[in-house]
Design a protein around this ligand. Sequence first.
Ligand code: NAP
Length: 272
Amino acid sequence: MPEIPLVGPIPQIGYGTWTRTGDAARQCVLWALEAGYRHIDTAVGYGNEAEVGAALAEARVARSEVFVTTKVPPDHLGPGMVRPLVERSLDKLRTDQVDLLLVHWPSPKFGMEDYLAQLGEAFDQGLARFIGVSNFTASQIDRAIGLLAPRTITTNQVEIHPLMQNRAIVEHCRRCDIPLTAYSPLARGAVADVPEIVAIAKAHGATPGQIALAFLIAEGFVVIPTSSRRARIVENLGALDVKLSDAEIATMRGLDRGSRMVNPSWAPKWDG
Ligand code: NAP
């Protein structure tokens, strides 16, 4: 089993579960745990917490060894809504406490003062070991730091991959000492078709997916790739063994095209 570094308390590579549903979700999470992943990323909005919970119960890995993240969707951030929702998540995940509870998207409808107070209470009451946010912009991060203090923001989970390096929010979070989790780290599969990445992969006897993940890991991000296929779930974890040269990292940094893949109607006005 590979040694998985930590970023703060978070294992630096995790298995993402967006678009994994039904029994396939249970099966994929089991494959991930068998392969050696010890971090699973789910969300209420993915509709698969029960399957993730089933896989956690079935796997031959102690619950305490797996870092489980879930997220509260923006339409459940109204007054009094967070705790009952998190309790339902805990039931589905078959656990007393998630490792990390995130606000999935800043709410365009409900007040941040209220919903972050509810997130803080969930933490204070022990429903989550750590709390954080996702898809927050720089100004939203600044407000969140003040509203959650003295509690800390364990991560801001945002889209980051070689084609969208999201530098404005990355630099802001670094200034604020907030670790970043890179979602869609494979650009939803598009990294496999980038000639520069294919060339670096050939030089390492690796795959383009592994090169994309190795680059993001070298940049200090947590990465949460997903795949529906067992071989690729294993392959992606193998990115931990790929070490890129300074010249290769410079090439990878040069691939940023600002190609955003995830931009729903409720997204905030992005930085940069
Ligand atoms: P991703 O991990 O960037 O890419 C997944 C896609 O790439 C799948 O279509 C997969 O196809 C393919 N793939 C997997 N491994 C590959 C490899 N080694 N080489 C080439 N292609 C490969 O996409 P994502 O699901 O958008 O992001 C990952 C996770 O981030 C999600 O599952 C979710 O947990 C999280 N996320 C969070 C947010 C948020 O708002 N917080 C938003 C988006 C995503 P196959 O299935 O055919 O392998």
